[in-house]
Design a protein around this ligand. Structure first.
Ligand SMILES: CC(C)(COP(=O)(O)OP(=O)(O)OC[C@H]1O[C@@H](n2cnc3c(N)ncnc32)[C@H](O)[C@@H]1OP(=O)(O)O)[C@@H](O)C(=O)NCCC(=O)NCCS
Length: 306
């Protein structure tokens, strides 16, 4: 049968989410989040959600776009995913070619992709001209059975809030996210300065569980936070944990995570996931302390276009 690649249609959402869950079970994805991502994509992203089809069945997919929020022009990304039982039929290569042609036409000069740290995936990337840059680790915590630390007594002036407490004005969370995010290790530098875009893709992300998001406030100012993403059933993922510079090294990120994870378990979540750049010493140390274990490693790859 012939594999073809086309743009996503709304009615594909269920199949695409099922496929993404099969390919990366350590990521939290929902239909609502997928549709919202498509509906609110920033025009400068030149975003396309591609699907590969064979015999009417969706067997592969990829988010494709320009890193419009990076200070370095010409950066772009595509991560083709093909269903584990439908590999070796040309879907990944066709998705990649379609994506690269689109990105090159939109001015991209470098394309980044996440590649599972497994021989077939790495060989595929190499064959298509991609070279490895840096690894990141996915980690899982058995939330149903692990022993979670108790919340320590809070120092004077420190209080705990939730994301829901900022529903009226999330701007202070945007500021904290922008500061912490700019220090996160990675290969595409991101500048978070577009509040409207942050509302679309972070604050109004349907996966964001504002009630389970925890915020540590010191003397009325946000010092640290952890953003909880959930599938609203059993799976919880850390969207972002950040501490503003002046408050780092005081145990506040740990407090935010203890507060969020304890409430997530009480709400019935059984699996917690997170992903960190392999160079993110502090965040990996925190997650190890909670008992998270590495469940998969992906290696970022890059290819120059043109
Ligand atoms: C990662 C981050 C959230 C930590 O916040 P924090 O409030 O300073 O964290 P805590 O004080 O609760 O804990 C830090 C732990 O990391 C350890 N640590 C600090 N630097 C470290 C390093 N280079 N290597 C290993 N461990 C390190 C500390 O010793 C401490 O552990 P301990 O309490 O057992 O001693 C903060 O550095 C940050 O905002 N970084 C930028 C954003 C980011 O990368 N976020 C994670 C992305 S998912």
């Amino acid at each position: 049968m012939t594999v073809t690649v086309r743009d996503f249609r709304t009615e594909d959402a269920g199949a695409v989410v099922g496929l993404r869950r099969a390919c990366t079970p350590f990521m939290v994805t929902t239909k609502e989040a997928l549709l919202a991502g498509v509906a609110t994509a920033h025009p400068a992203k030149k975003y396309r959600l591609l699907v590969a089809e064979e015999d009417g069945e969706i067997i592969g997919t990829a988010h494709v776009g320009i890193a419009y929020d990076s200070s370095d022009p010409g950066q772009a990304s595509v991560t083709p995913q093909v269903h584990p039982e439908r590999r070796g039929r040309g879907a990944g290569s066709l998705i990649l070619r379609t994506a690269e042609e689109h990105l090159a036409a939109e001015g991209a000069t470098s394309v980044y992709a996440w590649v599972l740290d497994e021989p077939p995936a790495r060989a595929f990337a190499e064959r298509h001209g991609y070279r490895p840059t840096r690894p990141a680790h996915f980690q899982r915590l058995d939330l149903a059975r692990c022993t979670l630390p108790e919340l320590p007594p809070l120092p004077a002036g420190v209080e705990l809030r939730t994301g829901a407490d900022y529903a009226g004005d999330p701007r202070p969370l945007f500021a904290a996210d922008a500061e912490a995010g700019s220090d996160e290790p990675g290969d595409i530098s991101v500048t978070l300065d577009d509040y409207g875009d942050w509302l679309n893709h972070t604050w109004n992300d349907p996966c964001l569980d504002r009630a389970l998001t925890s915020v540590v406030v010191v003397d009325g100012r946000i010092a640290s936070f952890t953003a909880a993403h959930t599938d609203r059933h059993t799976r919880y993922a850390s969207g972002m944990t950040g501490t503003v510079r002046e408050f780092r090294g005081r145990g506040l990120a740990k407090i935010a995570k203890i507060h969020s994870l304890r409430r997530a378990r009480a709400a019935g979540y059984t699996d917690a996931f997170t992903s960190n750049d392999a160079d993110n010493g502090p965040m990996l140390a925190i997650n190890r302390w909670f008992g998270y274990e590495i469940c998969a490693t992906e290696v970022r790859h890059v290819r120059a276009l043109g």
